[in-house]
Write a protein that binds this ligand. Structure first.
Ligand SMILES: Cc1cc2nc3c(=O)[nH]c(=O)nc-3n(C[C@H](O)[C@H](O)[C@H](O)COP(=O)(O)OP(=O)(O)OC[C@H]3O[C@@H](n4cnc5c(N)ncnc54)[C@H](O)[C@@H]3O)c2cc1C
Length: 541
């Protein structure tokens, strides 16, 4: 009897049975697998930490490569980019030279690198293999006083699992060299990919002329259908000292809550800061992390107290996050602080850098609460309509069905205006926000039904999904088609992925990212019509 493998995602809501599973130990092994169709039946897909809440890992009958052992951090290096692009990197001084140590390699590339020509600059990067997790990478960068601009709550995700997929983080500070800020891909400078012949191809964000390479943008939304990523270089920057002010907003009407969130976001954004909010529907509280960069010299004097507060809050946050559940004790503590303070700003702490990444246990039994959520991204202009009506919609849904999600997470991301697919494709730089319902049981049918209905509503309001983060997206291939780009290679395209590429080919009108840029008004009208089409499609299902 043929051996079959049973793999499942972290939430245990999605299972798949590849014919072959290989935990790769070396890049050469990945190359061999990609090229050998007889021994390794296609499609060939990679699996990172399998955290994704959707079935994007589905690969029944194919070959799945586990990437976790390809976890070498190669070191620091410099790559060239245009002098004007973002500022997520450090200018190389002419006196700095190439250095090599046992653990770290700093190299210069390109003939003009040492002089960093008039319109080019050298951007500091970290190079690491695809199985490295975000938390491992940050630990390495800590040794050098560096950070990624992207710092999601999730630290267990692998670089390979986020380089062709959607991510979100309420990041702070200047934009990355790509012009974007708030998703992992914004910091990517190059990716090394194994193709169907087993060859290693390097793809770079910037060409030698300093211009962004269009094919790199296409690769970003390929969802792994161009090959297996084995390593990449990501722009880094010196630590950004940060002040976090924790706001607790009590029971407010939906319109008042929206106004408070808008005001806090505008305030933070005015100093390159950002906010991250969790609207907790079970406890009737909204918690907002208001994050602003701060000069190291202006850090609060009582840093040790600040450390204590930070440590305490982060441990509460991690517990609540992993379980998607705020305990009554935490609620009481926050309520008490609010009353003592007499204002919504209950706690303030300083940190030397952005970066509170969490590593969750790998195997959480189904009997325990596990965070699940579904992702929807919108233009900031739609904030009031989406959040206010979304909360009212959920309240009505609860009165009809008795079911409610535990809450919503709200993130703000800046787009570069260069992306050709996915939720961050936009004409010119824009601020987008995601409004993600949260729940504590990924396997609950009531959650699945809720998400199906909520997706229809989000789609009608212009929401964009993500193939790795919008639960049940396979039910809506036309909608999900906006999240793919390029022509998939059969060797790397699973049946699950194929449906989105097929839907894109069949009706390009339903792929907002492929529209020819027109005036803002006509373009937005076209997008709205597309979204209405997709919503109608969902309604018909
Ligand atoms: C509890 C929890 C909290 C989360 N918090 C956040 C958050 O704060 N912010 C955020 O943005 N996301 C968050 N996520 C989502 C998560 O970051 C994404 O789903 C991410 O894609 C998972 O990374 P992974 O390594 O587990 O990838 P996987 O889920 O294993 O894979 C994702 C996709 O990438 C493909 N892939 C993986 N490796 C490679 C490779 N080397 N080459 C080519 N393709 C590859 C896979 O085939 C799959 O299609 C959270 C998820 C959970 C469960």
């Amino acid at each position: 009897m043929a051996l079959t493998w049973q793999l499942e995602n972290w939430g245990k809501s999605v299972q798949t049975s590849p014919a072959v599973y290989v935990l790769a130990q070396a890049v050469e092994e990945v190359q061999k697998i990609a090229a050998d169709e007889a021994a390794f039946p296609g499609p060939v897909r990679a699996s990172g930490a399998a955290l994704s809440v959707t079935a994007c890992h589905s690969n029944d009958g194919g070959t799945t490569i586990g990437m976790q052992k390809l976890n070498r951090i190669i070191g620091l290096c410099y790559m060239e980019g245009p002098a004007a692009a973002g500022s997520g990197g450090k200018l190389l001084q002419s006196s700095e030279s190439t250095t090599t140590t046992a653990t770290t390699t700093t190299t210069m590339e390109g003939s003009a690198a040492a002089g960093a020509g008039a319109n080019l600059r050298s951007i500091e990067c970290v190079e690491a293999q695809a199985g490295v997790t975000l938390a491992q990478l940050q630990s390495f960068l800590d040794e050098h006083g560096l950070e990624l601009a992207f710092c999601a709550e999730i630290g267990s995700a692998t670089l390979g699992g986020v380089c062709f997929a959607t991510t979100k983080d309420s990041s702070i500070g200047p934009a990355c060299p790509s012009g974007g800020l708030g998703d992992f891909q914004s910091g990517l400078m190059s990716i090394a990919v194994v193709d169907e012949l087993g060859n290693l191809q390097e793809h770079r964000l910037f060409g030698t002329d300093g211009q962004q390479d269009a094919s790199f943008q296409t690769l970003l939304d390929s969802q792994g259908t161009q090959g297996i990523a084995v390593s990449m270089r990501i722009a880094v920057r010196p630590y950004t000292p940060m002040i976090t002010t924790l706001h607790v907003l009590g029971s407010l009407t939906a319109p008042d809550l929206v106004k408070e969130l808008q005001a806090l976001h505008a305030d933070a954004a005015s100093t390159q800061g950002n906010i991250f909010a969790v609207i907790d529907l079970t406890q009737g509280l909204t918690i907002v992390e208001h994050r602003t960069p701060s000069d190291a010299g202006k850090m609060p004097a009582r840093v040790s107290l600040s450390r204590l507060i930070r440590k305490h809050w982060l441990s509460q946050k991690k517990r609540s996050f992993q379980r998607s559940y705020m305990t009554t004790a935490v609620k009481l503590e926050l309520e008490l602080l609010r009353q003592v303070r007499g204002s919504s700003a209950v706690l303030r702490y300083a940190s030397a850098r952005r970066g509170d990444v969490f590593e969750y246990p790998q195997d959480v039994p189904t009997s325990e609460h596990r965070l699940v959520y579904s992702y929807y991204s919108f233009d900031l202009d739609a904030f009031q309509e989406v959040v206010q009506e979304g909360l009212e919609w959920v309240s009505e849904y609860k009165s009809k069905t008795g079911f409610s999600p535990s809450g919503f997470a709200v993130y703000f991301v800046t787009t570069s205006g260069q992306r050709v697919g996915g939720p961050y494709a936009s004409r010119g730089p824009r601020t987008k926000f995601s409004f993600d319902p949260l729940y504590h049981d990924p396997c609950d049918d009531k959650w699945a039904l809720f998400v199906q209905m909520f997706s229809a509503s989000a789609c009608a309001k212009g929401g964009r999904p993500a193939l790795n983060q919008t639960v049940g997206i396979e039910k809506y291939p036309e909608w999900g088609a906006s999240d793919v780009s390029g022509t998939p290679k059969a060797r790397f395209c699973s049946e699950w992925m194929r449906a989105f590429f097929d839907a894109k080919d069949q009706d390009t009108n339903q792929t907002p990212a492929t529209h020819t840029p027109a005036s803002r008004d006509t373009a937005d009208t076209t997008d709205a019509l597309d979204n209405q089409d997709a919503a109608d499609t969902i309604d018909r299902l």
